[in-house]
Write a protein that binds this ligand. Structure first.
Ligand SMILES: NC(=O)c1ccc[n+]([C@@H]2O[C@H](COP(=O)([O-])OP(=O)(O)OC[C@H]3O[C@@H](n4cnc5c(N)ncnc54)[C@H](O)[C@@H]3O)[C@@H](O)[C@H]2O)c1
Length: 439
C-alpha cells in the first residue's frame, strides 16, 4: 500500500508536523496500515448505527466539500467515524486529543485511506500542539473536538481562521464545560453542538464505556486481582457510576468520594461507602479519579496511602492527580511495566501511578468498546450534518443534540440488536395528554 506520510521514529522528532498544509499526516510508522485496516474493520462490525448513516451519507453526500478538522482519540472507532464523514463528502483531517491515546496502526491506516492524520502514541506536549496546528492549517469550516483543545487554540492563536468556521461539535463533559464558559463570557465565535449531552451519548458511553474500559486499562496495566480489594472512585457522575459498578461486579469493596451531596446520596443508595478522600486514602488498594476537576488526589492523600496503592485517572485531563506533589515527596521513581510507574516515598512506601495520570482506559487499554462508541459517533456524524444544514440559523452558543437525532439513534441501536418496544395505543396517548382523569 502506498503512503506518503512523514515518518517519525520517535515522538519528539516530528518537527515538520503542522508546518505544511498539504501534508498527508504524521504517524509513527506507515507500514502498520494493514494491521490498522483490519482492526478498523473489526470495530466497524460492532457499529451498525454508524454503518447505516455511512450508507446514507454515501448516497446523499450531506457534507460535500466541507473541511472538518477533528481532534479525537485516534482509535478504531474514531477511524470508522472519520471514514463516514469522508464518504459524506467532507475533507477530514485528524489529530489526537490526548498524547497517549493514539493507536499507531489506526493512524497509519487512516493516512493510507486518504485522511491526513497527525498522531503518535506518546507524543510530547510540543508535538501534541504541533499536530493541532497541522489540522488547523487545513482551514476548517467545522471543528470536532474531544476536550475543546482545537476550539481553544483557534480562539487564542489562530483567530484569522475563525471567519471560515460555520460550527463544531464537542464529544466530552470537560469540553462542554469549557465551551459553556466561553459562551457565557461571550467569546465563543461559532455554534457548537454538545454531543456529550445527548442521552444516547453520556448515559451509555460515559457510564458503560468508561466503566468497562477503565477497569480494562487498570487490569491490563497491572494484572492485579480486583476481587476482594478496596477500590476508591473519586466522582460519582456518569463515568464514576460506571467505574464503581464494574469494580463492584469484579468483587471489589467500592468507596466513593464526592463533593456534590445529591451524587453522594445516590452512591450511598447504590450501596457504596461514601467518605472524603482523606479518609479513603489509607484504605484503598486501587484509586481512580473521574471528576473533570483538578488536584483531586493531593500530597496529603498520597502520604496516607498503603504501600503499593495503585492510582489512576480516567477524567479528561491529567490534572486530577497532583503528580508534581508526588514527585516532590518521592525519593525515587521507576517504570516497572508499561504504563506503571512506582514512586518510592521516604520510609520505603511505594505509590504506583498508571499511564502518567492520563486517561487510563485510552492509554493502557483501547478506550470504549466499539458498540458503545457506535452511538456516540452516530451523534457526531448526525450533528455534523445538522450543523451543515442549520448553521445559518444558529447563534454563537452551545446547543444540545436535537431530540429527534437522539431518539432515532436509540431506535436504530435497539433495532440492530433485534430488540423491539411497545407503541402507545390511542387510548394511552389520550390518557397521557389529559389532566382530567384520576383515581
Ligand atoms: N475516560 C474516558 O474515556 C471518558 C469518557 C467520558 C468522559 N470522560 C471525562 O471524565 C470526566 C467526568 O465525566 P462525567 O461525564 O462523569 O462528568 P459528571 O459531571 O457527570 O461527573 C463528575 C462528578 O465529579 C464530582 N466531583 C467534582 N469534583 C470532585 C472532587 N474534588 N472530588 C470528588 N468528586 C468530585 C462532581 O460532583 C460530579 O458528580 C470528565 O473529565 C469527562 O470529560 C472520560
Amino acid at each position: 500500500m502506498s503512503t506518503q506520510v512523514s515518518v517519525s521514529a520517535a515522538a519528539g522528532r516530528s518537527k515538520m508536523a503542522g508546518k505544511s498544509a498539504g501534508s498527508k499526516g504524521d504517524v509513527k510508522n506507515p507500514k502498520l496500515a494493514d494491521k490498522g485496516h483490519s482492526k478498523i474493520e473489526w470495530a466497524g462490525r460492532s457499529m451498525p448505527v454508524l454503518a447505516q448513516i455511512k450508507a446514507r451519507f454515501a448516497k446523499e453526500r450531506p457534507l460535500e466539500g466541507i473541511r472538518i478538522s477533528a481532534c479525537l482519540h485516534v482509535t478504531t472507532e474514531t477511524a470508522n467515524l472519520a471514514l463516514t464523514l469522508k464518504v459524506g463528502g467532507a475533507k477530514v483531517s485528524l489529530c489526537a486529543s490526548n498524547p497517549l491515546s493514539t493507536q499507531d496502526e489506526v493512524a497509519a491506516a487512516l493516512v493510507d485511506a486518504g485522511i491526513p492524520t497527525y498522531a503518535i502514541k506518546g507524543e510530547d506536549q510540543a508535538t501534541y500542539y504541533r499536530h493541532i496546528a497541522a489540522i488547523l492549517n487545513a482551514r476548517p469550516q467545522m471543528t470536532m473536538d474531544d476536550g475543546a483543545d482545537v476550539v481553544s487554540v483557534l480562539h487564542k492563536e489562530r483567530r484569522e481562521l475563525l471567519p471560515d468556521v460555520i460550527g463544531g461539535t464537542e464529544e466530552t463533559t470537560t469540553g462542554v464545560v469549557r465551551l459553556r464558559a466561553m459562551a457565557n463570557e461571550g467569546v465563543l465565535a461559532y455554534p457548537i453542538v454538545a454531543v456529550n449531552d445527548a442521552l444516547t451519548k453520556h448515559l451509555f458511553d460515559n457510564r458503560y464505556g468508561t466503566g468497562q474500559s477503565t477497569l480494562d486499562g487498570m487490569i491490563r496495566a497491572t494484572n492485579r486481582l480486583v476481587a476482594g480489594s478496596v477500590f476508591v472512585v473519586a466522582g460519582y457522575g456518569w463515568c464514576g457510576k460506571g467505574i464503581a459498578s464494574r469494580a463492584k461486579g469484579l468483587g471489589a469493596h467500592v468507596i466513593v468520594t464526592e463533593i456534590d451531596p445529591l451524587r453522594a446520596l445516590e452512591a450511598v443508595l447504590d450501596g457504596f461507602q461514601v467518605m472524603p478522600m482523606g479518609e479513603a486514602a489509607p484504605l484503598g488498594d486501587f484509586f481512580c479519579t473521574v471528576t473533570g476537576n483538578t488536584d483531586v488526589i493531593r500530597e496529603e492523600h498520597f502520604k496516607r496511602m498503603k504501600d503499593g496503592a495503585i492510582v489512576a485517572n480516567s477524567g479528561h485531563f491529567n490534572v486530577e492527580l497532583d503528580l508534581k506533589a508526588l514527585a516532590d515527596i518521592a525519593v525515587s521513581r521507576r517504570t516497572v511495566r508499561d504504563f506503571v510507574e512506582e514512586f518510592e516515598l521516604k520510609g520505603g512506601k511505594r505509590v504506583v501511578v498508571l499511564a502518567e495520570g492520563r486517561l487510563v482506559n485510552l492509554s493502557a487499554a483501547e478506550g470504549h468498546p466499539s458498540s458503545v462508541m457506535d452511538m456516540s459517533f452516530a451523534n457526531q456524524a448526525l450533528s455534523s450534518e445538522y450543523m451543515a444544514k442549520n448553521h445559518h440559523k444558529l447563534e454563537k452558543k452551545v446547543y444540545p443534540v436535537p431530540t429527534d437525532i437522539d431518539q432515532e439513534i436509540a431506535r436504530l441501536k435497539l433495532a440492530s440488536w433485534g430488540a423491539q418496544i411497545d407503541k402507545l395505543t390511542p387510548n394511552q396517548k389520550r390518557y397521557l395528554s389529559s389532566w382530567q382523569e384520576g383515581t
